[in-house]
Structure formats: C-alpha cells, structure tokens
Write a protein that binds this ligand. Structure first.
Ligand code: SF4
Ligand code: SF4
Length: 280
C-alpha cells in the first residue's frame, strides 16, 4: 500500500462532512419566527369574520347551520325575528347571538362551507392567544366586520399585511355554484368593503386575476403563485419526477460518453496489438 493510499485512508473521515458541506450552499428554508413569517396560502384558514352586505345589513340569517355542522361544537347561534322597522338582515331572522369558542375551534371551516349566505368566512390570521377564557369566546362584537367591511382586530391578535385581504372570498375562490358552466359569472351580491366580486376562473384556464382580485393577493403574498410560476423542481412529487428525469438524461449522456471512450480504447488496443504482432 502506497503513501497516497495511506493518506486517503487517514482523511476518509472528511467524507462524513460531505452532506453538511453540500447543505451550506443550499437556500435557507428556516425563518426567524415570529419576526419573520412565511407567506400564507390563498386558502389559509384563520380567524372567522361575519360579513355584511354593501348596505351594511348583516348576512347572517340565524339559520344555525354552521353550529349544526361544527364538529367541535364551538359555535353558539340564536336567531331572532327581524324587527320590521329596523331589519338587521335581509332574511326573516338574523343572528341575535353568535359566539365562537376558539379554545375548541379546530379551524376546519366546515361552518364556512355550510353557511348558505356566505355570512361566515375566514381571514388568514391564525396567530392569536388568550390569557383568559372569556377573551377566547368571540361574540358578534368581535366577529362582525367593521364599518369599512374589514375584520376587527383585537389587541391579542397578530395581523400581518395580507391577512385580511379577500377574507370574504373563501368560498368564491372554489367554484361558484360548483358548475364549470358558471365560472366567471358572479353569483352573489355585493359586500361591504369589497363591492361585487367577479367570479374566478376556478377550473377553467381562462382566468383573469386582474379582474377577480387574485392578482392583488398574489402580488402581496409570494406564496400565492400559480403552479406555472413555480419552478417545477420545487413541486412535490412532480418536482421529484422532474429531477429524476433530469438526472436520468444526465446519466444517459455520461453513459454515452463512457461508451465512446471504451470504443476508442478498444480500437486503440486493437491497433496496438496489430502493431506488436507486426513487430515480432
Ligand atoms: S372552523 Fe370548524 S371547528 Fe371552528 S367553528 Fe367552524 S366548524 Fe367549528
Ligand atoms: S353564519 Fe351562516 S350558517 Fe351560521 S347562522 Fe349565520 S347564516 Fe346560518
């Protein structure tokens, strides 16, 4: 065994740093939470709001469907007949009492799905904590949007830019009426602070983000990118397959190069052999 082999053996422990060194050059994925935060996704489930129509009337009609569907049983609703002279909502009844107990809520948003009038929707703000139980029980005072149609912000809630953007658009973003034929057609009335929203492209590829307001959201939050905006190598299983394909192509090229080298060496060997034979 030569000197170089000995040296290679002695320094073989450096191979253990291989992975560490490779990671030094990779992009950092950690954030200094809570000072820095990752962009939230367009359908992020956060703290609820109770919406109002453009004329200020409450959308909640006190039907209690949200309370019925809630798996954590954390919604308490009591409806009351609308006073004929001063109706609170356009329906026969309105939500007289509305409470959500956030010590129990699991943010499943089944209540949002169940609501027939889109009265209850969710913002993207989910970072809030309480020092007493009563703060955790939100009543209409905290849940109904303010005079501008925006969510009310409690002192213990950590609202960041973009958290209240399109808070009333959660269901609208899925598919209006659930039928592709109705895509792009507004199927709803106007909303305080937002006006009448255009329908989103949803399943169709003819989406106009400028018209629907999604563009604003995408500009604000880099996480709201369309799949075509994202480098394919960063897309989950698709990305893995793309990387594997790329590696496969690279391996194929190397194999071809190795084959060429082998063929050239073999040809050279044959020439050398013929020369040796001729020299004898
Ligand atoms: S998000 Fe789920 S758990 Fe929370 S109030 Fe709505 S239905 Fe109940
Ligand atoms: S929020 Fe919606 S589902 Fe719940 S009581 Fe009001 S109208 Fe009914």
């Amino acid at each position: 065994m030569g000197f170089l082999d000995d040296l290679r053996k002695d320094l073989s422990f450096f191979g253990g740093f291989n992975l560490t060194i490779r990671h030094l050059t990779r992009p950092r994925v950690t954030f200094q939470y809570p000072e820095e935060k990752k962009p939230k996704q367009p359908r992020q489930h956060g703290r609820h709001v109770l919406n109002r129509y453009e004329d200020g009337m409450e959308k909640c009609i006190g039907c209690e469907l949200c309370a019925g569907v809630c798996p954590a049983k954390c919604i308490y609703v009591r409806g009351l007949d609308n006073p004929p002279d001063h109706p609170v909502s356009p329906g026969e009844r309105y939500g007289y009492t509305y409470e959500i107990n956030y010590l129990r809520c699991i943010n499943c948003m089944l209540c949002v799905e169940a609501c027939p009038t889109e009265a209850i929707t969710d913002s993207k703000m989910f970072e809030f904590s309480f020092t007493n139980r009563s703060d955790a029980i939100y009543t209409k005072t905290e849940l109904v949007v303010d005079d501008e149609g925006m969510p009310q912000k409690m002192p213990w809630e950590d609202w960041r830019e973009g958290d209240d953007v399109m808070t009333s658009g959660w269901m609208r973003a899925t598919a209006p009426s659930g039928a592709a034929a109705y895509e792009g057609l507004p199927q709803w009335s106007g909303e305080l602070g937002y006006g009448v929203r255009q329908g989103e492209g949803g399943q169709s590829d003819q989406r106009d983000d400028d018209v629907t307001g999604s563009k604003l959201l995408r500009d604000l939050l880099p996480g709201h990118l369309l799949s075509e905006d994202i480098d394919i190598s960063n897309l989950g299983i698709e990305g893995r397959m793309a990387r594997a394909k790329k590696q496969g192509e690279f391996n194929k090229v190397r194999l071809e190069q190795a084959k060429d080298r082998f063929t050239a060496k073999r040809a050279q060997w044959k020439v050398d052999k013929a020369n040796r034979k001729a020299a004898k």
